[in-house]
Design a protein around this ligand. Sequence first.
Ligand code: NDP
Length: 258
Amino acid sequence: MSKRFEGKTVLITGASSGIGRSTAFEFARSCPKNLKLVLTARRIDSLKQVASEINKEVGDGVRVLPVQLDVSKADEVRNFVGQLPDEFKEVDVLVNNAGLVKGVAKAPEIAEEDVDVMFATNVTGLINMTQAILPSMLKRNNGDGSGDIINIGSIAGREPYIGGSIYCATKAAVRSFTESLRKELIAKRIRVIAIDPGQVETEFSLVRFGGNKSKADAVYAGCEPLTPDDIAETIVFAAGRRENVVIADTLIFPNHQA
Ligand code: NDP
């Protein structure tokens, strides 16, 4: 149990499934008293379900606010931040996790709408959230700032693969943005943390193949993927370090992944 999160507000994007959902549970388990969680995604029913399961498991010491939000829409993101209830307004930890991949195809065959949705979600969405939350982090401690921004990239941002040119490009952009931001904020008390997972078994693969389960399952053939909890534990560990310790850049993948 970590005292570091007591009284803190943690905002997680893409908390309706997979890594984001597990991360919400992991924060709640690590600080079941006096923690506030803001959980966002497009599927509000799933978020409400996550919220009720968390309270069922850890009790009411964790206050959970599920909010429907499409990170790719800058106006929606700004309004959402402006309308957060007072007790959730000061976000201490932002986990920029929402993301997706569409299809596997060589570059000339990738549909324009798939290119747009991957960049709008993985890159613009992450920037929208950061720009909306960072100003309030910067104001704290008389301008020295306070807070953590944790960006979920991917091994794909470091090791591009055939058939994934757009997704890999989005995650390379996330990596570059994260590194620049960390340098920009180096004199502040705001930590910027990159976590780049390898294969993790979530709905990610199902989304990639438009809901085709056999294609989605085939991705994991011959490799035992990580679980979303493996990434959630890493996120909470990084956020739980004392203020002067930055776990700046983590690559975490299954032992079997080539
Ligand atoms: P999931 O598909 O289970 O989760 C993705 C989450 O992102 C969902 O909660 C989804 O919610 C949300 N999301 C997608 N688009 C939007 C949007 N426009 N606005 C708000 N939320 C959105 O997959 P993972 O948990 O695996 O993915 C989480 C992150 O991990 C992603 O950034 C992904 O790129 C990254 N990653 C995953 C890997 C893997 O192998 N699984 C490997 C490396 C990185 P909803 O549909 O309700 O909006």
